[in-house]
Each structure stands twice: as structure tokens, then as C-alpha cells.
Design a protein around this ligand. Structure first.
Ligand code: B3K
Ligand code: ZN
Length: 891
């Protein structure tokens, strides 16, 4: 495909002031009448009215009430162009669409008998002809009518004006959105749903109505989503002074949805996965995810909707910022339940750890592959491919660095200025950073390179101790490896939070040469050049540096640290994130060495010193359980694969299995006693302290069952059978699935039986089996298992959640099985990507991405992957979505 360039942005000659939409909803033939008031854009060069349309049937079009004159209306590749001379023109456009045949889940489609829309990024043009770009902000009114029996609920954005009955069993509703919005934020729902409602007062004392709409059978699973919404509303008031601006705010759950959720103005539409959770069906992680996705979409109301993006290259303007906001919110929610500052810091660190784990597993590999792009890309072929870990997660890291550099108050001032300048506008990333700079009187020009440069920077640190002077000189250097289309990299502005630890394990005050003491124990150094040194003075013994505390920048830290030093920091680093990270670095070192031994056919042995350091954390019951659970968890396989050069999944898996089993075996008694001590009494509540205990308990069970004793299988079986909630039941099943014990089959069957009619819970069942390892040496043939599961009546290729669970579980979460030596995994991948692409290119493209990083593997593995990529690339009629992914992979 031809790339679209950021540099080619041009405002449209005509924008839209008002839109009035009228939907006659019908599964096969929905008629949409759109009345637009188009107005000449003073800031743009002259030109026609440009309307985009995609797979539409045009029924009629009038211009100021008259049929178009000869040649006035032109059909183009992307829609229509209309020549007009007046400054203000009324268009009436009638289109016909077939929602029942729309399997892309973009535009207007059906799910379980109801009608739903998804318009971001370019779905609105699949509903009607429109200047479907985020810089066209208009006032919308909507009338929808549908069959009253099958679609008793009719919703759209904003405020409800009127409802009424119509002949032939039909009814209608009229809605009005008082705020300007781009078309990607339009939504409608017509379905058979029930709502949980709550009324709350906003900070200015306005009463607002909150609704969560679901199918009647799911009403017993929505209270957590409602609580999450109320928490989000309060948090945005307290932390950012931002209030809900509508009288009504709705969340609607739908089973068939391409991503997590969508922030349509006043009518957020969610994948059921991020709404529904009760103790019997949702794990603690599901509860946490619901809370954070509800928050994310709610926060978009200001960062995304009130101020939106000028063009799709600016996507991180709303996504990076909103992910940052939801991460801060989650950290605050986690810390809220703590009874001391230290406990609160630990709780926040656990959120931070989860965020960084996600970044390392998902974004670092993206940055190292053919899809590498800056958080503000310069080009794309298909915008839907750019809702990426880079735009979202790295984008959030970039915002977080601004917070680190400017401080809480400075950051808040920048946000306030941003809203005061740009409310109601469609703007750019430069506008945002410009407000941060102006509000704080600082120059952020250099910082802007984070927006234009792709790739994960490497930060190298070297220390020099001068015993005579009592000083320690830290030299930091940066280097970003080349990425596709960006061979040369410039130095970035990197905030590096630093601490120095004394021989007794306590932090030392940091005093730079030339300063008077006493200094703070953590300071942020700003590296702006390729390399720079800082000298700390007044030290009586050589310190141990603790760098990048809290993961102050999204970089890879290269520092020569002995095993002893890592163990020391695992025990003493005052920064809980770095304490965890010291353990991760140590594990990484041990795992990579084991993998090298496995590849070379040498015997595998876990260094004793590592075992000691690991055990010290395991048995320390003064530590927060959630933190210990994270500290005992190995780095993700996806991250580790990238650290192996060249990557080879089989020896890596062998190393991970060996390490887990060896630790489980060596510390059996300790794992068991922690497991037994951690039982949570009483009724399930979603609470960070309880969740932490359950997480550590499940982690202990994993190590115990890995070691393979009959006692461990017995424990897991009992936990499975007596579990009082999904977290325990799922934890036990996850442990059993990886064993060869006969209890494995029984537990899988029992779980299937119990949740047979429950789509979301069955997704867990599919995913577990697709992603499972086996602790034993028995070859599991996961591929055959996945293929068999595709024939299960509960599986469907047209439901994205099912595809992500089963196929995604196999392609993405099980590298050792997917990259099996006979290449059968790749043939299966090609077949499934091609099949999915016929109906849903967005889902197909997400699965296609599983092989984009193929060049990191050994030459033998690459040779097996290439034909699969070539097969997909050569498939006739392949979508632009998938073509972009495989094209970039092969280029
Ligand atoms: N803004 C939507 C993502 C839309 C993706 C379109 N392919 C969800 C979110 O980030 O909140
Ligand atoms: Zn978002």
C-alpha cells in the first residue's frame, strides 16, 4: 500500500458545523439519512467538500435541497467530492448498509441480535459519507428507530431528548450531544439490555446519572464496573480538577468487539471482558483490568474528547496521556488501602512493576522489529495497525517523564494550561508539550525527540570510586540502535533517578561536587548529551548505585554489576521498584546462561548464590505479599527472547522450566509454609491486600507443582475443588494444566462443565490450554490441542475474544510450542491469518503481528518462518492491514 505521511497534513476546505443523523435500523438494510451543514474553512486553501465513504450504497444526495448539477459530484477512491461556491452548504445524504453482513466489527454491526457501532479510527465512513477526520468537530443530533421487541433500548451520545412508539412494533429515540466532537466519537446502541444505575453529585454539585448496560443475565456482574466508574469520576476531580460534563454517562457491554473498549462521548462501548466480573467468574486481575479500562475510557472524556487529535499521527496525544492517567489512578487505588507510607510505596511499586513488565514484554520487542515507530509515527499504511504498545505504553512513559522532570505541581499547571488553551479543539503533540513548557518556563525542545525517534535507548552506566577524595563519579552514556527507516539516532533528554546505597544497605544523602549538603537520597539526573559524568562527594565508603529508580525512563540499562551486587540490591535497595528489578536482572542473567547451556547440550545448574537471594525474598514475611509475588515471578519469555541473540525459543523454554523446577524443589518447605500461611479467610473482596496474598499463594503453588511432588498436585487439586472464587480456582487450574498428573484432565473437564455457557470464563479455559508449558519432558503437542479446541462448539473465529484467547494464546504466549521445529506452527498461523482476514482484518492483523519479529531468530528458524510470511503476503485480496504487517516483516 501507499504510505500516508504525517508531513502531508492539510486542513479540509470544508468542515461540518452540525450533523443530524436518522437511522432506520434493520439487520440487512439499515437506512441512514445524514443532514450536514458544511462550512468553508477559513484556514484552508480553497477546494471541494471532501467526504469519505467505505463500502456504502449511496441512495440519494442533495445539495441545498437540489440534485447535484452535472459534474458537481465526483466519486473518488476514498468517497465523494462536491464542488460548491457558497460558504455554507446543506447536504442531505441517504445511504444503505447491511449490519448483519459486517463482520469487521468496524462501523455499524450486529452482536447477539443488537446493533452496535465502532467508529475509531475510520469506522464512521462505513456508516455514511462524511469528512471522517478527527479535525472536523461538529454538533451531532441523532434519531434512531428500530424494532421495539428485539431492540428495546436505543442509545446514542449525549442527552436523551425524546422517545416514542411507532407503527409496526417499532419505536424511536432522539439524542443530542451538546459538545463538539469528531465523527470517531459517534456511537449508537440498539439492543435488548438492562442497566445498573447510580446517581452521584459532581464536584460542582450537579447530579449525574451513571448507567452500565448489559444483557439481563449479566446484571450480577456489573457492580464492580459501576464502582470503578464512580472511583474514576472522583479521582479525576481530585487529581486534575476535571468534572464530568454531561448529565448522563453510559457504559455498554458487547460480546463481539475488536479491542478493549471505546470512549465515545457519553456512551462508552466496552468489550464484555472489561465490564463483567464477579468473584465466581473474574480473577483479581480481571477486577483490576475492569477498573483500569473503565478509568481509561472515562479519563478520555477530557484527554481525547474535549481536546482531541488533529490527525491520527497524533494518537499518542490522547492515548499515551490517558494510559498515563489510568496508571496513576491504579497506583492510587492500590495505595489507598495501605496503612503506612512504606506499605503505600510498595503498593504503588507493584502497579509500576506490572506496567514495566508489560512495556518490556510488549513494547521493547515492537521497538526492535520492523514495526518500530516513534510514539508519534511519521507514516502508516493502515491506521488501525498503529494502536500499538509504542503509542500507548511508551507514550505513557514519555508523559511520565514529563511528570518526573516538572514535578506534580508543574505537571498539573501544564495540564491546566492545556485545557485552557485547547478545550474544544483538535490539536497536536507539540501543542501539549508546548503547554508543559510554557506553564513551567522551561525549554522542552530536546525532549520532543522522544516523539520523533523510534527504538529503545540503551543507557550505559559506569562508576568510579575515589577513596582518597571520598567521591563517586557516575558516567552515563546513551545509544539508540538504528530502527527501520531511522539509521541515525540523536541523544535524548533522559531523566535518570539515582540513589547510592551504603555498605550497611541504607541510602546515602546525594551531594554533588560544589553543593552544600545534606542532599536527598534519590535525585533525578538529566542526561541530555551522548555522555556525561556527575561526581557525588562526602562519601566514606564505596557506594552501590541504584539507577533508574522507579524506571524513570523507558530505556535498557546496561551496567556491569556483580552477582553479589544484585543480591545486595535485592535485599536492600530502598526503591521497591529497583529492588524488584535487581531480582529480575539476576534472574535474566541466570536464565540466559542456562539457555546457553541448554543450547550447547551442557548440564543445567542454578547458581547457589542466586537461590539464596531468591529464598531471602520468599521467606521475608515482613514484605507486602503482592510485592513478593512479583519478585518471585520470572521475566517474561517475550522479553527474554529479545535478550538472546539470536533468539531460540526451545533452549530458553528449557532454561525457564529448569529454573522453576529447581527452585520449587530446593525450597519446597518454604513455598509450602508460605502457601499455608497465606490463606485468605472470609468472603471474597477485591482488595489489594487480599489480592496480594492470593497472588503469592498461586505463585507458590506454581513452583510447588513445577517441582512435581504428589503433595503439590494434591494441594492444587484441593484448591481447585474448594476454591471460593475464580482467582483461586484459576490459579489451581493453571498449575495443574502444566503438570502431567491425571488430575490435569479432570480439572479441565470440571472447569469446562461448570462454565459451559459462560463465554468469558471459557476464554480463560481456551487461553490456558493454548499457552500452557509442561514441566515434564513429555511432548505436549499443543498445536494438535489448539486445533482440536477450534472444533469446540464454544469457539468461533468471528468472536475476537475467542481468537485472542486460543490463537493469540498459542501464537503469542507460547513461543516454544509455536516455534516447534517442524514448522507446523507457522503453516497453521498462515492458514488462520488468511481465514481471519476474509472477515475481520483488524483481528487478522493482530494475529499476523506474532511473526513480525522473525529476524531475531536463528537462521534455521528464520528459514522455516519465511515461507509462511510469503504465503500470507502473496494471498490475493489480503487486507491493507495484514499487507502492511507482512510487507514490513519481509522488507
Ligand atoms: N480509543 C480506543 C481504541 C480504538 C482502536 C481502533 N482500532 C480505545 C482506547 O484506547 O481507549
Ligand atoms: Zn485510549
Amino acid at each position: 500500500g501507499t504510505p500516508i505521511l504525517r508531513s502531508a497534513y492539510q486542513p479540509l476546505a470544508y468542515t461540518v458545523a452540525t450533523v443530524d443523523l436518522d437511522f432506520h435500523l434493520d439487520p440487512k438494510a439499515t437506512q441512514v439519512t445524514s443532514r450536514l451543514q458544511c462550512v468553508r474553512n477559513e484556514d484552508a486553501p480553497a477546494g471541494p467538500i471532501v467526504l469519505f465513504g467505505d463500502t456504502l450504497e449511496l441512495v440519494s444526495l442533495t445539495i441545498d435541497g437540489a440534485a447535484p448539477a452535472d459534474g458537481q459530484l465526483r466519486h473518488t477512491d476514498s468517497g465523494l467530492e462536491i464542488d460548491v461556491s457558497a460558504d455554507s452548504v446543506a447536504l442531505e445524504i441517504v445511504t444503505r448498509i447491511d449490519p448483519s453482513a459486517n463482520l469487521t466489527l468496524s462501523g455499524l454491526y450486529q452482536s447477539r441480535g443488537g446493533f452496535f457501532t465502532q467508529c475509531e479510527a475510520e469506522g464512521f465512513r462505513r456508516i455514511t459519507y462524511f469528512p471522517d477526520r478527527p479535525d472536523v468537530m461538529a454538533r451531532f443530533t441523532v434519531r434512531l428507530e428500530a424494532d421495539a421487541a428485539t431492540c428495546p433500548v436505543l442509545l446514542s451520545n449525549g442527552n436523551l431528548l425524546e422517545t416514542g412508539a411507532l407503527p409496526n412494533g417499532r419505536h424511536f429515540a432522539r439524542w443530542e450531544d451538546p459538545f463538539l466532537k469528531p465523527s470517531y466519537l459517534f456511537a449508537l446502541v440498539a439492543a435488548d439490555l438492562k442497566a445498573l444505575e447510580r446517581k452521584v453529585d459532581t464536584m460542582s454539585g450537579r447530579e449525574v446519572l451513571l448507567q452500565v448496560w448489559v444483557e439481563a443475565r449479566d446484571l450480577d456482574r456489573v457492580s464492580h464496573a459501576m464502582d470503578s466508574l464512580v472511583h474514576s469520576l472522583r479521582w479525576d476531580e481530585e487529581v486534575f480538577g476535571l468534572e464530568l460534563d454531561l448529565d448522563r454517562f453510559m457504559i455498554v457491554a458487547v460480546s463481539d468487539f475488536n479491542m478493549g473498549a471505546m470512549e465515545n462521548k457519553g456512551l462508552n462501548i466496552f468489550n464484555t471482558k472489561y465490564v463483567l466480573a464477579n468473584p465466581d467468574t473474574g480473577t483479581d486481575l480481571d477486577f483490576e483490568n475492569v477498573e483500569s479500562v473503565v478509568a481509561h475510557e472515562y479519563f478520555h472524556n477530557w484527554t481525547g474528547n474535549r481536546v482531541t487529535c488533529r490527525d491520527w499521527f497524533q494518537l499518542t496525544l490522547k492515548e499515551g496521556l490517558t494510559v498515563f492517567r489510568d496508571q496513576q489512578f491504579t497506583a492510587d487505588m492500590m495505595a489507598r488501602a495501605s496503612d503506612s507510607p512504606a506499605a503505600a510505596a510498595s503498593a504503588r511499586a507493584v502497579t509500576r512493576i506490572a506496567n514495566v513488565r508489560g512495556l518490556r514484554a510488549g513494547q521493547f520487542p515492537e521497538d526492535a522489529g520492523p514495526m518500530a515507530h516513534p510514539i508519534r509515527p511519521d507514516s502508516y499504511q493502515e491506521i488501525n495497525n498503529f494502536y500499538t504498545a509504542t503509542v500507548y505504553q511508551k507514550g505513557a512513559e514519555v508523559i511520565r517523564m514529563l511528570l518526573t522532570l516538572l514535578g506534580r505541581e508543574g505537571f498539573r499547571n501544564g495540564m491546566d494550561l492545556y485545557f485552557s488553551y485547547h478545550d474544544g479543539q483538535a490539536v497536536t503533540c507539540d501543542d501539549f508539550v508546548g503547554c508543559m513548557a510554557e506553564a513551567n518556563g522551561v525549554d522542552l525542545d530536546l525532549f520532543m525527540r522522544w516523539y520523533s525517534q523510534a527504538g529503545t535507548p540503551h543507557l550505559k552506566a559506569e562508576g568510579a570510586w575515589d577513596a582518597a577524595a571520598g567521591s563517586y563519579t557516575l558516567t552515563l552514556s546513551q545509544h539508540t540502535p538504528p530502527t527501520a527507516g531511522q539509521p541515525d539516532k540523536l541523544p535524548l533528554h533522559i531523566p535518570v533517578a539515582v540513589g547510592l546505597i551504603g555498605p550497611d544497605g541504607a541510602d546515602l544523602p546525594l551531594v554533588l561536587a560544589g553543593e552544600a549538603g545534606p542532599g536527598d537520597t534519590t535525585r533525578v539526573l538529566e542526561l541530555k548529551e551522548a555522555s556525561r559524568s556527575w561526581t557525588f562527594t562526602g562519601l566514606s565508603a564505596e557506594p552501590v548505585p541504584s539507577l533508574l529508580r522507579g524506571f524513570s525512563a523507558p530505556v535498557i540499562l546496561d551496567i556491569a554489576e556483580s552477582d553479589e551486587r544484585l543480591a545486595f540490591r535485592m535485599a536492600f535497595d530502598a526503591d521497591p521498584f529497583n529492588r524488584w528489578d535487581a531480582g529480575q536482572r539476576y534472574m535474566e542473567r541466570v536464565i540466559l546462561a542456562l539457555a546457553a547451556d541448554a543450547a550447547a547440550g551442557r548440564p543445567l545448574e542454578v547458581p547457589q548464590a542466586f537461590g539464596h537471594a531468591f529464598r531471602a525474598l520468599l521467606i521475608d514475611d515482613s514484605l507486602d505479599a503482592a510485592f513478593v509475588a512479583e519478585a518471585l515471578a520470572l521475566p517474561s519469555e517475550a522479553y527474554l527472547l529479545d535478550r538472546l541473540q539470536p533468539a531460540d525459543p526451545a533452549p530458553l523454554r528449557a532454561a525457564l522450566i529448569h529454573l522453576t523446577r529447581a527452585l520449587g524443589l530446593a525450597m519446597k518447605a518454604d513455598f509450602l509454609s508460605r502457601y499455608l500461611d497465606l490463606e485468605v479467610d472470609g468472603e471474597y473482596r477485591y482488595h489489594p491486600l487480599d489480592a496480594g496474598k492470593r497472588a503469592l499463594r498461586n505463585q507458590c503453588l506454581r513452583y510447588l507443582t513445577a517441582a512435581g511432588s504428589a503433595t503439590a498436585i494434591d494441594l492444587a487439586t484441593k484448591q481447585f475443588e474448594h476454591a471460593g472464587n475464580m482467582t483461586e480456582r484459576y490459579g489451581a487450574l493453571a498449575a495443574l494444566v502444566q503438570s502431567d498428573a491425571p488430575a490435569r484432565v479432570g480439572a479441565l473437564e470440571a472447569f469446562h462443565q461448570r462454565y459451559m455457557g459462560d463465554a468469558l470464563v471459557l476464554d480463560k479455559w481456551f487461553q490456558l490450554q493454548a499457552g500452557a508449558w509442561r514441566w515434564s519432558d513429555a511432548a505436549p503437542d499443543t498445536l494438535a490441542q489448539v486445533q482440536a479446541l477450534m472444533a469446540n462448539p464454544a469457539f468461533s473465529l468471528s468472536n475476537p475474544n475467542k481468537v485472542y484467547a486460543l490463537l493469540g494464546g498459542y501464537f503469542k504466549a507460547n513461543p516454544a510450542e509455536f516455534h516447534r521445529a517442524d514448522g507446523a506452527g507457522y503453516a497453521f498461523w498462515a492458514e488462520q491469518v488468511i481465514a481471519l482476514d476474509r472477515n475481520n482484518p483488524q483481528v487478522a492483523s493482530r494475529m499476523a503481528r506474532a511473526l513480525e519479529g522473525w529476524r531475531k531468530f536463528t537462521p534455521e528458524i528464520q528459514a522455516r518462518i519465511r515461507p509462511a510470511l510469503e504465503k500470507v503476503a502473496a494471498t490475493e485480496g489480503i487486507s491493507p492491514d495484514v499487507a502492511e504487517i507482512v510487507g514490513k516483516a519481509l522488507s
